[in-house]
Design a binder for this molecule. Structure first.
Ligand code: BGC
Length: 766
């Protein structure tokens, strides 16, 4: 049984009066054509005929049954149904399962349902495979610092292959919530603070999970989540209210979702939060007006866990039945685990509170997905036990995980070139709660990932650098104020040439329901670091975390810091590769690192204000007790080599509606090692009908440059790349002057300028 709470209060209708100007019909048509990708897969006519025929045989109860998604007992994040869901499924009362897994278990449920239910409609089985399945890849935030879209695609492809080999047809990924608040633990699950990067990462993952053909049994249906603005939870507290104005929603939070829809994402998950007083799961404007009508999304919408029911707590509905009505009327096709469609929808239809055509539409969308997945052809296509054995934990998947983990580290500081360590180093002290820790390297939301797949740092150094003596001592726990291990750790440090401190967060200190008001290293770890620093040894902090941390003291006092996040199964090997110079770090931050929590929210694409900071003028935007500048800006990351930028050129100084601005810059590797650099392109729209950010990322390219060599990097900008939500709420670009910046991070840039001579409305495409 679901937990039940009686909520009294006024019933709020879900109708929404949009302040936004509706896009023109041509704009919508253009987008519709663009988005019909899902329908292009397979033979539409045959599918329609099959589904029409099937639906003509279905009772209303059976149609409602398709809209019900029930949790099994793995990885649950809320209440679980107590009734025997398999019996209900046999009666056609359930359409899909989540969190059930293993090909054997799923085979048995599928068989029971297909063989016993009246129409034999197969189930979809969904699971949170976010950064790996049996092979665990770095957390998504870590992976985003690789700025490598092929890496994301590879991760998603392998994850899909493993999940599909273990009975699953559906994954609840990618998570594309833009997040600007490090207190919010789920910042670990996304690609950071920037919408442009978020768009690329969303596309790459959808393509990776789904491939070109949903019916390929080595791929799964993806589910882009959480629609929308979940990352804007007030005070960074998970599930909290958001106040996101229409313009910020369109400019900042929605673009990655639109990109996922255009990439053909099969399903979309609603968010737990309310936006401007309307819970996202009951928001008709979001789900029907924008997603299904304006964007022509032709997959299906599923809620987050019990979020229809949670409207009874939000207080926009009086009871569960009304919650179901609001959700269905808003455009929710499938109810995850609230059991509200299952128990109340029939009555609501009979009473005329929900139009039966909406149930038909939801049912059709779900059946279409089952059809596209090939489940009607073969309900057991994901349940081949031989395939499970062959595919899960395949060595090639670990090779890919190592490669991606190498790319997902960010070198934050490297005084006197402490790193890379020479392979002739005689001894290193390896200290800290993450030094020989398998479980926590899995990171947040590792779900099917298991600790025995993880190579720890200790193991990684021992097996890759057999000539280096490792003096290991854990030294302290993550948070427990117990100093009994300090002595041994100090001894280990004293007798070693170099000290490596493997410090930071446990895997469950970020992720869902893992918000924190302190984003510093836990006190006990700080104390141990301070003790070690007194020895004046060459010391490197290997920083593990699921979120940006405020490490001002550490950044001032520790000579080298390598941001290693939680890197998954191959963490230890990849860290050894970077520490000993077998891989030259190339990651760049995708979230701003604050000096202190007091600066939060802090992000690079901020506005100028009416009183921009001026050190000479007191009455300008500033803190009394801190600089405005972050500790490490968005886009920041060092390498073992150095890069110099020169010759920033644009091919014209003015562009009109039909022009393209060609940009080039020379990047030279001026250091002694070959390396990779993420070259970043930003613009600033100097005057708009509404205020514009002081910088916006508009392009990037990751390139390898040999030591001593120079490469020319080219970018292009079209006027539509400069579009935003204008004063009248239309999406378009405006004539005016722009600054253009290219550089190694969002602060260190070369600069030029150009003029855009036209203004136009354009489709909301990315
Ligand atoms: C999370 C979702 C997840 C779902 C199913 C929820 O608690 O918010 O991201 O997909 O559980 O496991």
């Amino acid at each position: 049984m679901l937990l039940a709470f009686a909520v009294s209060g006024a019933c709020v209708s879900c109708s929404f009066i949009s302040t936004a100007q509706k896009p023109s019909n041509e704009t919508i048509q253009e987008q519709t054509a663009n988005n019909k990708k899902l329908n292009a897969w397979g033979n539409q006519k045959e599918m329609d005929a099959f589904i029409n025929d099937l639906m003509s045989k279905m009772t209303l109860e059976e149609k409602i049954g398709q809209t019900v998604l029930v949790a099994s007992y793995w990885n649950v994040t809320g209440p679980v149904s107590e009734y025997d869901y398999v019996d209900d499924a046999k009666e056609g009362k359930i359409g899909a399962f989540l969190n059930a897994r293993t090909s054997d278990f799923i085979y048995r449920i599928q068989k029971a349902v297909v063989e016993n239910s009246r129409l034999g409609i197969p189930m979809m089985f969904g699971f949170d495979a976010i950064h790996g399945y049996s092979t665990t890849f770095p957390t998504p935030l870590a992976m985003s610092t690789s700025w490598d879209m092929e890496a994301f695609k590879t991760m998603a492809k392998i994850t899909a292959k493993e999940a599909a080999a273990d009975g699953l047809s559906w994954t609840y990924a990618p998570m594309v919530d833009i997040a600007r608040d490090p207190r919010w633990g789920r910042i670990a699950e996304g690609a950071g603070e920037d919408p442009y990067l978020g768009i690329q990462v969303a596309k790459a993952q959808v393509e990776g999970f789904q491939g070109d053909d949903l019916s390929d049994p080595f791929t799964v249906a993806a589910c882009v989540k959480h629609f929308a603005a979940y990352g804007a939870a007030q005070a960074g507290r998970d599930y909290n209210t958001t106040d996101v104005p229409e313009r910020a929603l369109r400019d900042m939070y929605l673009p990655p979702f639109k990109a996922a829809v255009d990439a053909g994402v099969a399903t979309l998950m609603t968010a737990f939060n309310e936006i401007d007083g309307v819970p996202a799961t009951g928001d008709k404007r979001l789900l029907t007006d924008i997603l299904k009508n304006e964007w022509a999304f032709d997959g299906f919408v599923v809620t987050d866990y019990t979020s229809i029911y949670e409207m009874t707590h939000h207080g926009n509905v009086a009871d569960k039945k009304e919650a179901g009505e609001v959700a269905m009327n808003a455009g929710v096709d499938m109810d995850m685990q609230s059991d509200i469609y299952k128990n109340y929808l029939l009555e609501s239809v009979k009473e005329g509170k929900v139009n039966e055509s909406l149930v038909d539409e939801a049912c059709r969308r779900i059946l279409e997905m089952k059809y596209r997945l090939g489940l009607f052809e073969d309900p057991y296509r994901y349940c081949d036990m031989e395939r499970t054995k062959e595919v899960l934990k395949h060595p090639s998947h670990f090779e890919a995980a190592r490669d991606i983990a190498q790319k997902s580290m960010v070198l934050l500081k490297n005084e006197n070139d402490i790193l890379p360590l020479s392979k002739n180093t005689k001894s290193v002290a390896l200290i800290g709660p993450l030094a020989d820790n398998q479980y926590d390297q899995l990171g947040a939301w590792h779900t099917a990932g298991t600790p025995e797949t993880v190579t720890t740092i200790l193991k990684g150094i021992e097996q890759n650098q057999p000539n280096v003596k490792v003096n290991f001592s854990q030294g302290c726990d993550f948070e427990k104020m117990d100093k009994s291990g300090f002595k041994e750790a100090i001894e280990a440090a004293k007798k070693s040439d170099v000290v490596l401190l493997a410090m930071g967060e446990r895997q469950d200190m970020s992720g869902e329901a893992a918000s924190r008001v302190s984003i510093e290293l836990p006190a006990i770890q700080k104390e141990l670091i301070k003790e070690v620093m007194k020895l004046n040894k060459p010391t490197v902090l290997l920083l593990h975390n699921g979120r940006p941390l405020a490490i001002e003291w550490e950044a001032e006092n520790i000579p080298a810091i390598l941001e290693v996040w939680h890197l998954g199964s191959e963490a230890g090997n990849a860290i050894a590769d970077v520490v000993f110079g077998d891989y030259n770090p190339s990651g760049k931050l995708t979230t701003t690192f604050p000096r202190s929590l007091g600066q939060v929210p802090i992000f690079y694409n901020t506005k100028n204000t009416g009183r921009p900071f001026n050190p000479e003028d007191h009455f300008t935007t500033r803190y009394q007790d801190s600089s405005n500048d972050p500790l490490f800006p968005f886009g920041f990351g060092l390498s073992y080599t150095t890069f110099e930028y020169s010759d920033l050129k644009i091919d014209k100084t003015e562009i009109g509606a039909d022009d393209v601005l060609n940009i080039s810059v020379n990047v030279s590797n001026t250091g002694k090692m070959d390396g990779e650099e993420v070259v970043q392109l930003y613009v600033r729209d100097l005057v708009g009908s509404v205020t514009r950010p002081i910088k916006e990322l508009k392009g990037f390219e990751k390139i390898a440059i040999e030591s001593g060599k120079t490469k020319t990097v080219n970018f292009q900008i079209k006027p539509s790349d400069l579009a935003f939500t204008r004063l009248d709420y239309s999406w378009g670009y405006e004539a005016g002057d722009f600054q253009l910046f290219v550089g190694t991070n969002s602060q260190e840039v070369l600069e030029t300028s150009f003029k855009l001579t036209d203004s136009n409305e354009v489709p909301y495409n990315f």
